[in-house]
Design a protein around this ligand. Structure first.
Ligand code: AMP
Length: 238
């Protein structure tokens, strides 16, 4: 079955406003293009003066993987959230506290930190940008996608990303804190833990945000290629 990648980015005066990506069947392409440009036109960040929608046939095998199961940690404040995250990382790296400190001090990265589990070194080639995970989507047909039913976009997109990331054998865990000052629920994810939502991972109104992947590889090139380029469709949790 031929699948297509549909990508959208919008900007105003050359400044990025929004972006989106879908992997869809041929018959869905026109509707997805329309829905994306509509969303771009009504984005809360402002009126774009340029919207680029790119449709590309995917000429390779698409990996189909299950979504991580979702669970929620109980934590009343940021101190408890920090403990949950660090306790999850302690079995994976002797540098768990450093990973937390790094994640809560970086700002304005577009991608994720690759944190080398054995040494705590950063492996991403560009520290300011990080590694951006792309080429992924939920496997359900457009109209039925959960985010079509208002208000669920964040979990769905994050779950798709986390499931792709956790699938790679070199990835031991991921920790995410949203950039959105009003969204204080982060997550820690791994094949073993699943997708563990962590409420109060940062104080309300805080601009802190970032992603960190704890990885065990000395040669991150293959991992980066997978994260950036291997098309992955994420289905229901098993
Ligand atoms: P968000 O959950 O969209 O607020 O993003 C939180 C942080 O995750 C951002 O500051 C980025 O550092 C990182 N991030 C966002 N999107 C991606 C992506 N596609 N791949 C890797 N890291 C990302």
């Amino acid at each position: 079955m031929a699948l297509f990648s549909v990508k959208m980015r919008s900007s105003a005066d050359g400044t990025h406003i929004s972006g989106a990506e879908r992997i869809v069947e041929k018959y869905e392409v026109p509707d997805v293009c329309a829905a994306m440009s509509k969303r771009a036109m009504t984005h809360g960040k402002g009126q774009p003066d340029a919207i680029t929608v790119t449709v590309t046939a995917i000429d390779r095998e698409v990996e189909r993987i299950p979504a991580l199961p979702i669970a929620e940690a109980r934590c009343a404040d940021t101190a408890e959230a920090r403990d949950i995250v660090i306790n999850a990382l302690v079995p994976l790296t002797p540098h768990a506290a450093e990973a937390w400190n790094l994640l809560t001090t970086v700002r304005d990265m577009r991608g994720a930190i690759l944190f080398h589990a054995p040494t705590g070194a950063r492996l991403e080639p560009d520290h300011a940008r990080g590694v951006r995970v792309t080429s992924m989507d939920a496997a359900i047909a457009t109209g039925e996608r959960p985010e079509a039913h208002s208000g669920k976009t964040r979990v769905t997109d994050a779950l798709v990303l986390a499931s792709k990331v956790a699938h790679h054998p070199a990835v031991l865990a991921e920790v995410c804190i949203s950039d959105d000052p009003d969204y204080t629920t982060g997550y820690v994810a791994s094949k073993k833990l699943g997708y563990l939502r962590v409420p109060n991972i940062k104080p309300d109104g805080s601009p802190v945000g970032g992603r960190l992947f704890v990885v065990d590889t000395d040669e991150p090139a293959d991992l980066i290629t997978f994260l950036e380029h291997t098309p992955v469709l994420v289905g229901e949790a098993e």
